[in-house]
Design a protein. Structure first.
Ligand code: BGP
Length: 457
């Protein structure tokens, strides 16, 4: 029996845009996702857009019961900025009523909510002004954060500012998967910098309003493994770690942007515009905990013909195709559970054993209806195996002293996934999106319930 620490969080995560539905109703204004779907629906898998998603907006009362039914003791979702503040200034009272009732129901089921503020859902009114490219976004986000803390702080004790900030930077400004889908390394760095400042100012507002509660940030961690021990490959690994991980982890936990990252950016003429007091704000507003979303590692090698100055991160670290990799064929992501142990040790040894939790981990599989048994239940043993393998390595890290306080899966009920629509499913509950949003429990939900109840397996 592998028993996890006392009060360990067993839960799941989702996000407002992927689960609420009612995306253009009840006073919510457009986000970049609504806009992009309206202008370019062909980009979205089978034309599946953000309007309906999982329909938690109507079904949250039953869904909160479902959380308890499978033993979750905690749950993360996000607030939609464009729903709460449709024009960025004025509160939508219908949104307040919805979120307050939703949160109360979560709490009534004995589930601890962790509420996040931004999950890739930039309001369109702000994007029209340049989104994270403009300094105005920092103030706008700080105002939104303050408003949310004031409106829901009596109910919610654990908050996070951003989910995977690297993703909206990379996908929006380098690889085309998020709006505005441009390719501009310098803008990407500026967007990243403003996101970091927006985070720091949100933490500042939090300390003023809720000095005794806790706040963190959720980062996607793709630990870099180099092709070889040779200096050039190792230097590619260092670059990858600096840009994809330490860029947010270090300022959030240690209160400063690492010098080698500043030097790297300077050397390639990518330095963003800053304000004199920023350094101080970052230093004074570190977090209480970190959430790490882990899906896959990053295999890197030295780039063959890098451009100088770099036009793309691939000029600093090139992808390496590891011949021994194991792949989830549906999502195309490498499966490498060992990395969870490495991350646990990194948090222990390089971040002074800072408190952290696995805030997302899971396996997306297409056409799961293939695995329905006679009773109508999806037999997702592959998902159980995937989680168990990851938990084995997490357990080992905890045994060796890493300060990890929870494990959240992605996700609770199958949900909409950006350009991939409903193709890959991750949930403990299956969603029949074309049949009135019916939810049905999968085998993995029963398994997780046992794990949560026994605090181990
Ligand atoms: C994470 C995001 C989630 C979710 C998940 C699964 O990076 O935080 O929003 O989507 O990945 O990935 P995908 O939906 O792309 O298969």
């Amino acid at each position: 029996m592998k028993t996890f620490p006392k009060n360990f969080l067993w839960g799941s995560a989702t996000s407002a845009p992927q689960s609420e539905g009612h995306s253009l109703q009840n006073g919510k204004s457009e986000t970049t996702w609504d806009y992009w779907f309206k202008t370019n629906p062909e980009k979205f898998h089978e034309n599946q857009g953000p309007e309906n998603t999982t329909n938690i907006y109507e079904m949250y009362k039953e869904d909160c019961k479902r959380m308890k039914e499978i033993g979750l003791n905690s749950f993360r979702t996000s607030i939609s900025w464009a729903r709460l503040l449709p024009d960025g200034r004025h509160v939508n009272q219908e949104a307040v009523a919805f979120y307050r009732d939703y949160f109360k129901h979560i709490l009534e089921e004995g589930v601890q909510p962790i509420i996040n503020l931004f999950h890739f859902d930039m309001p369109m009114w702000l994007m029209e002004k340049g989104g994270w490219e403009t300094r105005e976004s920092v103030d706008a986000f700080a105002f939104y954060a303050k408003t949310a803390f004031e409106l829901f702080g009596d109910l919610i004790k654990n908050w996070t500012t951003f989910n995977e900030p690297i993703v909206h930077i990379e996908c929006g400004y380098l690889n085309g998967a998020h709006y505005p889908a441009i390719h501009d390394f310098k803008k990407a760095i500026q967007v990243g910098y403003h996101t970091l400042m927006a985070h720091a100012y949100a933490v500042k507002a939090f300390r003023e309003i809720m000095p005794n509660e806790s706040i963190g940030i959720i980062l996607n961690i793709t630990p870099a493994y180099a092709r070889s021990d040779q200096a050039a490959d190792q230097s590619a690994k260092e670059n990858a770690d600096l840009l994809t991980m330490k860029s947010f982890l270090d300022p959030a936990v240690k209160g400063f942007i690492p010098d080698p990252l500043i030097q790297l950016i300077q050397a390639h003429d990518l330095t963003p515009e800053t304000i004199g007091s920023d350094k101080e704000i970052i230093k004074e507003n570190t977090v209480d905990f970190i959430g790490l979303n882990y899906y896959q590692p990053l295999r890197v090698q030295a780039p063959e013909n890098p451009r100088f100055p770099a036009q793309d991160p691939e000029d600093l670290f090139a992808p390496y195709d590891w011949p021994e990799k194991r792949i989830n064929p549906y999502r195309g992501w490498e499966i490498y559970p060992e990395a969870i142990y490495d991350v646990a040790m990194m948090m222990k040894n390089e971040y002074n054993n800072f408190p952290w939790y696995v805030s997302e981990n899971g396996m997306g599989v297409a056409e799961e209806e293939r695995f329905v048994n006679e009773e109508g239940m999806i037999q997702d043993d592959y998902r159980i195996d995937f989680m168990k393998e990851h938990l084995d390595y997490l357990y080992q890290g905890i045994q060796e002293g890493s300060n990890c306080f929870g494990y959240h899966t992605w996700t609770f009920i199958d949900c909409w996934s950006w350009l991939n629509g409903y193709r890959n499913r991750y949930g403990f509950y299956r969603l029949e999106s074309d049949k009135d949003f019916t939810r049905s429990l999968k085998k993995s939900g029963l398994w997780y319930k046992e794990v949560a109840q026994n605090n181990g397996y």
